[in-house]
Design a binder for this molecule. Structure first.
Ligand code: NDP
Length: 472
């Protein structure tokens, strides 16, 4: 009788830590990695946990080591490697074995794989995992998509290994086929916006206020005791007070300002555009990362255009309080947008995404974990059918309380040439959202003028046209 209850394929950063986490919770786990040397190194470092881990050098050995019906987690590079791995496993697996892709797959690939395996098997689940290396080892946030009864087959192990927020597991089934990977994608899109807004505030402090990293670390650490309390603010404080042993300078000052990106932020922005659910803060964050990578261009532009306003950002004695409130306001806009993209996608793909559950499983384990997400979970639980987070009484109140600060910070930043693309997108979003009569009437008139696209009159139903070309 095979001993293992579950298998893990891929012993990279995430897979290795997930396998240790699973065995740490008392499950016998079989592991396999394409490069066998990595399996050996993993076993050598697993210590006492290696007694509950079965190392397998071939896929056949892995399949033989797991009790059927076999749950197998794939934690390998996303994209073609996943298709190749499924193709190699398919002949070895039974119809009711359960293959769980836990990498950062594009949800469209997950839908395709789910459909392709629906008749032939094995059963397929797409699972978003967040929390990086630490999360994988000690408790990630887990978002599962696929058939609900497939999730129920591995619910015990996934809830056991997940992060806990005040005892509640941060793992849940969120919908059919690609829903889990979609939710993970939007998680990452929100993460991009949150990080960009923090970086914009850091930029104001560093360049506009000429603050040293250690002083900024103190400010972020203090903010972490208030409404901004979150993992990202906590690590920002920690990063800013870390010294580089080689140069003796603050580590942050020794890092080239060109941000990497692997695609999930961009996918979030693309999907929001595709389903017409605007997420300008996420778009701004993706754009800012792309511009950050164009160092040559920025260097040339600095020589031609100059850098305005160094050290001139000043809003008086309450500047830091205003920055804190502005960051909170921006964060509210970014999360409202991310959740509204999920609400729209839920309708588009028929997923019925449970927004309060998603907020709850993001409260711990993942990169955007925060007290703020507990507030979002409460707001969506109290008002489940609300169209936008900003319409809930709790978040409408935060907007009211932070609005003046956001505008003051943005006005000063723009006057002094501080780049604030994501924060500025937040105020534009608020201002457009809350106006029942905007300016698209002019756009409709223009469209009708040059293209006879028609418009709806304010005083009648049906399509109308304007008298634009009556003299011709
Ligand atoms: P690593 O680069 O550390 O490991 C990659 C793994 O994929 C290795 O086991 C590698 O095997 C395997 N692999 C690559 N190509 C193939 C292939 N063609 N066939 C079989 N196996 C292959 O990556 P991570 O552990 O960081 O990431 C794994 C997945 O998890 C990715 O989808 C990533 O996007 C996602 N993820 C990562 C997070 C992170 O913070 N790092 C967070 C959340 C999700 P080999 O050793 O043979 O090269």
């Amino acid at each position: 009788m095979p001993a293992a209850e579950i298998g893990v394929i891929g012993l990279g950063v995430m897979g290795a830590n997930l396998a240790l986490n699973i065995s740490d919770h008392g499950y016998e786990v079989a592991v396999y990695n394409r490069t066998v040397a990595k399996t050996r190194a993993f076993m050598a470092e697993a210590g006492a946990l290696s007694e509950k881990i079965i190392a397998c050098d071939t896929l056949e050995a892995l399949v033989d080591a797991i009790r059927p019906p076999r749950p197998i987690i794939l934690m390998i590079k996303a994209g073609d490697p996943v298709d190749q791995q499924i193709a190699a496993l398919q002949p070895l697996l039974d119809r009711d074995d359960l293959l769980i892709d836990a990498g950062n797959a594009n949800f469209r690939d997950t839908i395709r794989r789910f459909k392709a395996l629906e008749d032939s098997g094995p059963t397929f689940l797409g699972m978003g995992v967040s929390g990086g290396e630490e999360g994988a080892r000690h408790g990630p946030s887990i978002m599962v998509g696929g058939k609900r009864d497939s999730w129920q087959r591995i619910e015990d192990v996934l809830t056991a290994i997940s992060a806990k927020y005040e005892g509640e597991p941060c793992a849940a089934w969120v919908g059919e086929d690609g829903a889990g990977h979609f939710v993970k994608t939007i998680h990452n899109g929100i993460e991009y916006a949150d990080m960009q807004m923090i970086a914009e505030i850091y930029g104001i402090m560093r360049d506009g206020m000429q603050m040293e990293p250690a002083a900024m670390a103190g400010v972020f650490a203090a903010w972490n005791d208030g409404p901004l309390d979150s993992y990202l603010i906590e690590i920002t404080a920690d990063i800013l007070q870390t010294q580089d042993d080689e140069s003796g300078k603050p580590m942050v000052d020794m890092i080239v300002d060109a941000a990497g990106q692997k695609g999930t932020g961009r996918w979030s922005a693309i999907e929001s555009l595709r389903i017409a659910a605007p997420a300008p803060a996420i778009e701004a964050a993706v754009g800012a990362r792309s511009l950050s990578a164009m160092i040559d261009l920025r260097t040339k532009a600095e020589a031609v255009l100059g850098v305005p306003g160094q050290g001139e950002f000043d809003l008086g004695a309450t500047t830091l309080d205003l920055l804190e409130k502005a960051l909170l306001a921006g964060k509210v806009a970014a999360y409202a947008q991310g959740f509204s993209v999920m609400a729209a996608a839920s309708k588009e793909y028929g997923w019925h995404l449970p927004l309060p559950v998603i907020a709850r499983i993001w409260r711990a384990g993942c990169i955007i974990r925060s007290r703020f997400l507990d507030d979002i979970a409460s707001a969506f639980t109290a008002t489940p059918d609300v169209d936008n987070l900003l319409l809930t009484p709790e978040f409408a109140q935060i907007v009211t309380d932070t609005d003046r600060a956001l505008r003051a910070v943005l006005a000063e930043a723009i006057r002094k040439g501080q780049p604030v693309p994501a924060l500025a997108s937040a105020v534009a979003y608020f201002d457009q959202l809350r106006r029942s009569r905007g300016t698209a009437n002019l756009i409709q008139a223009q469209r009708d003028y040059f293209g006879a696209h028609g418009f709806v009159r304010t005083d009648a139903e049906g399509e109308a046209h304007g008298p634009w070309h009556s003299e011709e």
